[in-house]
Design a protein around this ligand. Sequence first.
Ligand SMILES: [Zn+2]
Length: 340
Amino acid sequence: MTSRSPARIVLGENNVWALSLAEAGDGRGWLLIDAGVEVAEGDAWTLAVAQAAAHGFAPEQVRAVIVTHEHIDHAALAFQWAAAGARIVVGRAGIEAVAAGLGGLQAQRALRLAEYERHGCPPEVVERLAAWRGARGGTWEPCPADAIDAAEEHETWALADGRTLRLVAAPGHTPGNLVAWCQEDGALFSGDTLLPTTIPTPGLHFPGAVSGNPTASRWPSLPPFLRSVEAVAVLRPRTVYPGHGEVMPDPAVYLDRWRTHHARRARQVHRHLAGHGASTAFEVARALFPRLPAERLGQAMTEIIGHFDVLLEAGEAEPIERAGEPLRLALRHPGEGGPR
Ligand SMILES: [Zn+2]
């Protein structure tokens, strides 16, 4: 079994991984993991095409682009690869967002800010979150819907070196999140499910908003995210090729880091609720991160809301929501030990 490293196209902080496919006779011998994004350094498409040429292929030779998840930094250039004839492969729950582009992101934005408010975030902090540049997004052209295939239609790909790449649904970082996996040598293309320098956020997702429902409810993301990471751990990956940053040669280290992080956060949230009684996610976030600047509280709250979701799903807590008041979470049995 020969295996080789994938070619890498770097656009800003983002990786596009390129794999050579077993010949199918159509001249389209390349498969990409993620599509890339607009960058500050210049025209992203020109940069992507130049790097592809250095690896020995042109956009017209790309048979498919697997979009690991429906976020701007992984999907924004999908329309360009599609225009060159590639199929765009997306987890079913992410298809609408990739077809909508920036419009889908903006449709969810108001709901995301309202969700912070619902969880106790004061209006002046919500305003700071709304103004934060990272929340606004950049250029994300819609990808034509007729160029998009659901990942289920392309479960496996035969690579030129004899390996088989398998797509695995790993909902969490987004509803339609995927990872791609080569059993033969333990290579995992993780998108943002595992990252080398940060613990990826569970995010606040309102998939129904993308298709025009302004009152769409939130998709609870951390419970499936925790399960997806455990499912990835069971694969025992030997090398992880992430959506951002450098190759991760020792995945067990990052899996441990993920588990330690969320086990600790679960304990902190449980302890706060046990000690203070019913609390909002904002109150918990403020208690855990007293010095965090307002514009970074969104990230912290997103994680606390995620742990509220875990407690709710496990039946260990109940929501208390009264008219005109933010949502509070109360433990059902505050005297009991909680997570270890
Ligand atoms: Zn990303």
